[in-house]
Write a protein that binds this ligand. Structure first.
Ligand code: B12
Length: 254
């Protein structure tokens, strides 16, 4: 089935259910998550304070504590705390200073994501059947250096019961094709952040489709598509989506 989200953007959903069954509000503002009446805003504020203090250990501990207490689930932690901590970063210093600060912050966020992996597996096993699901290959265009969105999406697919292969960012086209041949995924999920990589995404999608034919559905997402309406169609993708909920709703098994 070939389908695009009607608006080309993720639908706005106000509520999600975390794997442990606690209802959570997606929007940070005013949403209660903590036992002491904490809001997503206050958890976010605390997380940013720790990043600014460059306190990696405390940032990891805060994220894990919120998961362990069931106050946050993985999709909410990733989409509402970690992603905005990077996407909303503001820097008024010179370009080089801003870039190394982006490097530092993204390495902290990466540390949090990797520390969460046991929780991803636990949540997946608790919520879903354990037999192997459909395969998905998560990739980025060749010159894309932004890989954190793709890394989060790999966990979203795992949580949703897929067998996920994450090949990371900055991978040559022939290597992506080799992975596609070996994995033979039902879905290729391509994350694009930098607008300049949309053209390469189109080349890769064309090559994977001619290699695998109709057996693969190509999904695209990431901020390059949020910024450029209609770009997904031009890449030749079958579907543009952006959220965990949309991933969890993808057809499986057949
Ligand atoms: C962190 C960062 C970096 C890090 C990346 C580290 C890493 N290992 O990934 C470093 C420092 C290396 C870097 C380098 C560069 N960056 Co940079 N970077 C950023 C920053 C601050 C955050 C990006 C990020 O990781 N966000 C967090 C992730 C989790 O969010 P996300 O991608 O949106 O993902 C979420 C959803 O979109 C979704 N999703 C993502 N992909 C997919 C895919 C599917 C299929 C689905 C379903 C969902 C989905 O899931 C995620 C969770 O909700 C942005 C600022 C911004 N406002 O975007 C600039 C930004 C993206 N960078 C930019 C630029 C220009 C660069 C550089 C070229 C130079 C520079 N000025 O730094 C270089 C080289 C990049 C290259 N060749 O690709 C520009 C891009 C502008 C453009 N042309 O499009 C931005 C927007 C900054 C700016 N305002 O100018 N960067």
């Amino acid at each position: 089935m070939v389908r695009f989200a009607a608006s080309g953007r993720a639908p706005i959903r106000r509520h999600v259910i975390n794997p442990s069954g606690h209802p959570l509000q997606e929007e940070r503002g005013g949403a209660a998550v903590g036992k002491g009446g904490e809001t997503l805003d206050s958890v976010y504020g605390e997380f940013i304070r720790l990043l600014e203090a460059e306190d990696r250990a405390a940032a990891v501990r805060l994220a894990l504590a919120k998961l362990e207490s069931g106050e946050l689930d993985i999709p909410t932690l990733y989409s509402r705390i970690l992603a905005p901590s990077l996407n909303d970063m503001r820097c008024s210093e010179d370009e080089d200073t801003c870039i190394w600060k982006e490097h530092v912050r993204s390495s902290f966020v990466r540390a949090v994501i990797e520390s969460c992996y046991p929780h991803v597996l636990k949540a997946r096993d608790r919520a879903l059947r354990k037999e192997a699901g459909d395969r998905v290959l998560v990739a980025c265009p060749t010159e894309e250096y932004h890989e954190i969105g793709a890394r989060m999406v790999a966990d979203f697919f795992t949580l949703a019961g897929f067998e996920t292969t994450f090949i990371g960012a900055n991978t040559p086209r022939r290597v992506i094709l080799s992975a596609a041949r070996h994995v033979r995924p039902r879905y290729l999920a391509m994350s694009v952040t930098n607008n300049y990589n949309l053209f390469d995404a189109r080349q890769i999608i064309g090559a994977v489709k001619s290699e695998l034919g109709g057996s693969v559905t190509v999904i695209v997402g990431g901020s390059a598509f949020k910024r450029n309406r209609g770009a997904a169609t031009e890449t030749g993708a079958d579907l543009e989506i952006h959220t965990y909920e949309e991933i969890a709703a993808l057809p499986k098994g057949g």
